[in-house]
Design a protein around this ligand. Structure first.
Ligand SMILES: [Zn+2]
Length: 232
C-alpha cells in the first residue's frame, strides 16, 4: 500500500489490530489473514482481502492487481469503471477461496459474513460495507476470451516472458472479476450481459495493452526468451 494511506484504510488497519487478542489468535490459528489494498488513484473503496489457508501469496496477487495493475490499464478501461468505483461501498471485503460449491468465478454477497465486518463499527465511519467471494482455482483455469488468450499465448515463447505473461493475465482476470462484482453491487438492476460485457472488455483491452507494451519493449532490447522461437 502506498505511504500516504487513505484515512479509511488506516482506520481499518487500526481496527483489525486492536481487536481482542483471543479473537486474533483464533483467526491466525485458523489460517485467516487480511490484507488491505487501495486503488492508487482513489481513497475508496478500500479492498479487504480475506484469505483462509496455506496460500497467502494469492492474497498478494489480488492486492497487486488493485495497487499496481489497475494503474497500467488504458485510460478508457478506467473510464468504464469510474462511476462504478465512485459509487461503490467504501469497504469491499473479498473472500478469497479456492473453489465455490456452484463453480462460479465469484459472487457478491447480500449479507456481509466476514466476522470483523459483519457488524457496524465506528472504524468504518460512513462507509458502507460490501462483500464478494472469488474462487481462485476457477479463475486460474478460466479462459476469459478463449480466442484471444490462446492467440496471445503463442506470442510469448516458453521461458521467463511467458511466465510473466501468465501472471499478468491472472491478475487482470482477478481485477476484472473484482470490478464485475462491484458493478453488480452498485447497479443491482443491471443485467448479467451488461455487467459481463463491461468486465470482459476491460480484461481484453487491459491485456492487449500489456502485450503491445511488452512487444514494443522487446523490439528495443535483445531478448533471448523471445528470439529463441519456441526451442525451449
Ligand atoms: Zn455477474
Amino acid at each position: 500500500m502506498p505511504q500516504d494511506r487513505p484515512p479509511l484504510a488506516l482506520a481499518i488497519e487500526n481496527y483489525l489490530a486492536s481487536r481482542p487478542w483471543a479473537a486474533r489468535w483464533l483467526e491466525r490459528a485458523a489460517g485467516r489473514r487480511y490484507r488491505l489494498a487501495v486503488f492508487p488513484d482513489r481513497q475508496e473503496p478500500v479492498v479487504v482481502i480475506a484469505h483462509r489457508g496455506r496460500n497467502p501469496a494469492r492474497m498478494e496477487q489480488v492486492a497487486r492487481a488493485v495497487e499496481q495493475d489497475w494503474a497500467e490499464t488504458p485510460r478508457h478501461c478506467h473510464d468504464a469503471y469510474e462511476d462504478i468505483l465512485a459509487h461503490a461501498p467504501g469497504l469491499i471485503v473479498v473472500q478469497l477461496r479456492r473453489k465455490n460449491v456452484c463453480g462460479c468465478l465469484g459472487h457478491r454477497h447480500v449479507i456481509v459474513k466476514e466476522i470483523p465486518f459483519s457488524e457496524p463499527h465506528d472504524a468504518f465511519g460512513d462507509a458502507a460495507v460490501g462483500e464478494m467471494d472469488i474462487a481462485f482455482d476457477r479463475v486460474e483455469s478460466w479462459l476469459a476470451q478463449p480466442l484471444m488468450d490462446t492467440a496471445l499465448d503463442t506470442q510469448f515463447i516458453a521461458g521467463s516472458r511467458r511466465k510473466e505473461f501468465h501472471e499478468q493475465q491472472l491478475r487482470f482476470r482477478l481485477l476484472s472479476i473484482l470490478l464485475h462484482e462491484t458493478h453488480h453491487m452498485v447497479a443491482p438492476e443491471a443485467t448479467e450481459d451488461v455487467v459481463r460485457g463491461r468486465s470482459l472488455t476491460f480484461y481484453r483491452d487491459a491485456l492487449a495493452n500489456y502485450v503491445e507494451i511488452a512487444r514494443a519493449s522487446l523490439s528495443l532490447t535483445i531478448d533471448r526468451s523471445f528470439s529463441r522461437l519456441g526451442k525451449e
